[in-house]
Design a protein around this ligand. Sequence first.
Ligand code: DGL
Length: 281
Amino acid sequence: MRNKGIGIFDSGVGGLTVLKEIRKLLPEEDIFYLGDTARVPYGNRSRDTIVNYSIQNTGFLIKQGIKLLVVACNTSSSVALETLRRTFTGLPIIGVIEPGSEQAVHMTTNMRIGVIGTRATITSDSYRTAINLLDNGVKVFQQACPLFVPIVEEGMHRTALAGDVAEYYLAPLKRHGIDTIILGCTHYPALSPIIKTVMGSRVTLINSGQAVAIKTYEYLSGHDLLKDGVQGPDARGRSPVRGHMRFFVTDDPPQFKKIGRLLLSREIDSNVRKVVLEDHE
Ligand code: DGL
């Protein structure tokens, strides 16, 4: 079991921001990443559709042989996590909502947290529910930012246009005086510099990907599931063993590689395979 891989899925390429954080913390683990690039974006779809796609994605990754699943997509984590846990009993599943919420509750001092995400994530109220389960006294202010994903995918996240769009979306959150903001979508870490500028240096940005990586590490070490023979990082913080990474997509790979380079800040040198997903029986 220990030598099985970690499965990660996302609606597309954005989940690579989560993969990046997991890779940093657990470089020796094998990773299977599935990006449902043929059906992205999930963020404007109905709950039933997102649940159905998420079940197919999970079924596919289980066939690759995984010991744990990370649902990197905030939209899927918001609406499909419970169904996935009920459907695939026995498979540990980590979503992005709880770890991000925990970190935000830990960081806030004025008990006012902002959440930005896709329409489906914000409508689901998943972050508000998770935050208030942790601390009922925290006030949560949410804002859907549907233009952020295409801006990042077009490589326009450092442009003046991105700044204007961020000003527009974030103005209500600024008025609410939040001191912490959850980047509740896989693509938003790429917009961190602009969001920081708009919100001001006193607002803490929470990247759920980092929180998920810590949760994944804690789960695997706590359940004796870390890969065999791991010696830990050397004096320069590098791990002597590097796990393999396999990438699967549901549409043609070139676009995935192009945006992937942008999100990972490096080339995807592993093979990216196009696959067809099946219904889960
Ligand atoms: N991966 C999605 C998320 O984190 C963003 C892209 C989409 O709408 O599918 O919510």
